[in-house]
Ligand binder design. Structure first.
Ligand code: 5GP
Length: 180
C-alpha cells in the first residue's frame, strides 16, 4: 500500500470505521422515521463518509452536495463561509442533515448552519464522522458524531493532506516529515 510508508499511526481501521458508520446510520434511521430527509454532504472531505452512511440509513431520502470555502486566516468572529457550490434541492420544510468529515475549530459548520437556517428547513442537524473537540474556537456541537479524535492532523477516509491520501481506507496520522 503506497501510503503505509507515510503514516506513523492508524487511529481507526477500515473495519472499525465501517462499524462506526453503521451505528450512526442505524441511529439516524430511528430518529428520522416518517420525516422528509435531505442529506447534504460537504465536499470533498465527506464524500466517502456520505456514500457509506446513506447505505445504512434505511429510509427514503434525497442526497445533495455543497462545496464551501475554508475560513482561511479569518478570525473566529469575522469568519464567513462562502458557498462555492450550492445544493440543487430546496431546503424549505425538509429535515436537513449536513454530513461533514471532521469538526475541528467548528467555524465552518457554525457559519454554514447560520446561512442554511435562513432557508427555513424543518430541522437542521449535523453528523460528523470525526470530532476534534480540543480544536474548538466556537461553540459547535454535532448532533451525531462517530469518534472523538485527538488534536492531531489526520488523513484518510476522505480526509486529505494537500489533496492526497483521501483514498486511504483507514484514519491515520501522517509522519511529521511529510509536512516539512
Ligand atoms: P473546522 O472549520 O471545524 O476547523 O474544520 C473545517 C475543515 O477543516 C474540515 O471539514 C476538514 O476538511 C478540515 N480539517 C480539520 N481538521 C482536519 C484534520 O485533522 N485533517 C484533515 N485532513 N482536515 C481537517
Amino acid at each position: 500500500m503506497y501510503w503505509k510508508k507515510d503514516i506513523c499511526k492508524v487511529l481507526m481501521t477500515a473495519e472499525e470505521i465501517n462499524e462506526m458508520v453503521k451505528g450512526l446510520g442505524e441511529q439516524i434511521t430511528k430518529d428520522y422515521e416518517g420525516k422528509d430527509l435531505l442529506v447534504v454532504g460537504i465536499l470533498k472531505g465527506s464524500a466517502m463518509f456520505m456514500v457509506d452512511l446513506v447505505k445504512y440509513i434505511d429510509l427514503p431520502l434525497t442526497m445533495d452536495f455543497m462545496v464551501v470555502s475554508s475560513y482561511g486566516n479569518m478570525s473566529a468572529t469575522s469568519g464567513e463561509v462562502k458557498i462555492l457550490k450550492d445544493v440543487t434541492a430546496k431546503m424549505e420544510n425538509k429535515h436537513v442533515l449536513i454530513v461533514e468529515d471532521i469538526v475541528d475549530s467548528g467555524l465552518t459548520l457554525s457559519k454554514l448552519k447560520e446561512v442554511l437556517k435562513l432557508r427555513n428547513p424543518a430541522s437542521l442537524k449535523v453528523v460528523a464522522a470525526f470530532d476534534k473537540p480540543e480544536g474548538r474556537r466556537v461553540e459547535m456541537e454535532c448532533d451525531y458524531s462517530g469518534t472523538v479524535v485527538p488534536n492531531e492532523f489526520v488523513v484518510g477516509y476522505g480526509l486529505d493532506y494537500a489533496e492526497k491520501y483521501r483514498n486511504v481506507p483507514e484514519l491515520c496520522v501522517l509522519k511529521p516529515e511529510i509536512y516539512e
